[in-house]
Design a protein around this ligand. Structure first.
Ligand code: PLP
Length: 396
């Protein structure tokens, strides 16, 4: 008999779609995949070499639970240079990916009786991760006309005596929205007033377009920094999704609690990957510029083509590598005898009949939308978009 917790937990929908896509591919079908949340670029060679060196030098044993000191120092240096933030070693922990860091963090902060504010559209893992602590996710809907930002005024309406924290993700997955400094300052003030923790997921910090400059909420005011925990990692910026290295920085007591949880579950993240992440953070950064330039071209193409479908609108992402078009005008129609009235039904139709993998918006708390990753080649994007256009045209 499984635990109630295990019963209630759904697998990650994005990983489930990736798995389905792989099965269809194995059957010989040519699938245009927009599902994957990982860059199609190879990990840069100097990072791979650092890992090979680490193996050859025998760095293949346990490391300190919270990560090796040189990597922590490189992370501290990154925060200083990129965000103007100062952290000590005991305020930083390295985990097995950003997801693992967030999991440990939620376990350290939240429990039954707590409420945690999560704005839509949210990254699929936040609500289940909050639920796994026994706390209740409080979903706050944001709108395209507000650039998908929650404001202090909006959050205020959802704060109760049980509210313990708020989760911010900018640039965001799935919509690529970012926050204005004014808005972050409003949210920070509210967090201070109501004694809330701010979980600031900045995983896509480096992947920004049109000259946008990322600002961390923790850097705006020291009173915000005291209650903010920043999550970041090397997965997306350095195309290192499989290496599983993420990091978290924040108040010492919280990082220490996360380290205790990590010590009783995974122990340290892979020693070899830690040396690779060290090379990523301290080595040449030109790879990111090249990748972002390519992503920007793909974004422009995708937004243009998607909005050429009658009724479809699409927010122009300022960061990350996803578009989140609004397909509400297309829903409610039929394909042959099949009713296409939800984003899940449209996703299934696209995969089964048009061999194109996308993720339904409902999984991100926004029905009627689809998420497409543009971390895939222009060739796949061109082929996939044509299929989506054909699918939309064949609905009556
Ligand atoms: N945060 C957001 C918003 C993400 O989209 C992801 C990955 O999809 C992560 C965190 C976790 O990244 P990692 O692969 O390092 O666990």
């Amino acid at each position: 008999m499984l635990s109630g917790r295990a019963h209630a937990l759904k697998p990650s929908p994005t990983l489930a779609i990736n798995a389905k896509e792989k099965v269809l591919r194995a059957q010989g079908l040519d699938i245009a995949g927009f599902g994957a949340g990982e860059p199609d670029f190879d990990t840069p060679q100097h990072i791979k070499n650092a890992a090979i060196d680490a193996i050859n030098k025998g760095f293949t044993k346990y490391t300190p639970v919270a990560g090796i000191e040189p990597l922590k120092d490189a992370i501290i240096e990154k925060f200083k240079n990129d965000n103007g933030l100062t952290f000590k070693r005991e305020e930083v922990i390295v985990s097995c990916g950003g997801k693992h860091g967030l999991y440990n963090l939620f376990q350290a902060l939240f429990q039954e009786g707590d409420e945690v504010i999560i704005p839509t559209p949210y990254w699929v893992s936040y609500p289940p991760m909050v639920e796994l602590t026994g706390a209740q996710p409080i979903i706050v809907d944001t709108r395209e006309e507000d650039d998908y930002q929650v404001t202090g005024d909006l959050i205020k309406r959802y704060i109760t005596s049980r509210t313990k924290g708020i989760v911010l993700n900018y640039p965001s997955n799935p919509v690529g929205s970012v926050y204005t400094v004014e808005n972050l300052a409003q949210i920070g003030k509210l967090a201070v007033e109501h004694n809330l923790y701010i979980v600031s997921d900045e995983m896509y910090e480096k992947l920004v377009y049109d000259g946008y400059k990322h600002t961390s909420i923790a850097s705006i005011d020291n009173t915000f920094k005291e209650r903010t925990i920043i999550s970041n990692g090397v997965s997306k910026a350095y195309s290192m999704t499989g290496w599983r290295i993420g990091y978290t920085a924040g108040p010492k007591e919280i990082i220490s609690a996360m380290s205790n949880i990590q010590s009783q579950s995974t122990s340290n993240p892979t020693s070899i990957s830690q040396y690779a992440a060290l090379a990523a953070l301290t080595g040449p950064q030109d790879f990111i510029v090249t990748m972002v330039g390519e992503f920007q071209k793909r974004r422009d193409y995708l937004v243009r083509e998607l909005t050429s479908i009658p009724g479809v609108t699409c927010y122009n992402p300022r960061g990350a590598f996803y578009v989140f078009p609004n397909f509400n005008a297309v829903l409610g129609k039929k394909f042959k005898d099949r009713a296409i009235d939800t984003s899940a039904a449209l996703t299934e139709l696209l995969l089964e009949e048009f061999h194109t993998a996308v993720v339904p918006g409902a999984e991100f708390g926004k029905e009627g939308y689809l998420r497409l990753s543009f971390a895939t080649s222009m060739e796949v994007i061109r082929k996939g978009i044509e299929r989506i256009q054909n699918a939309a045209a064949s609905l009556v």
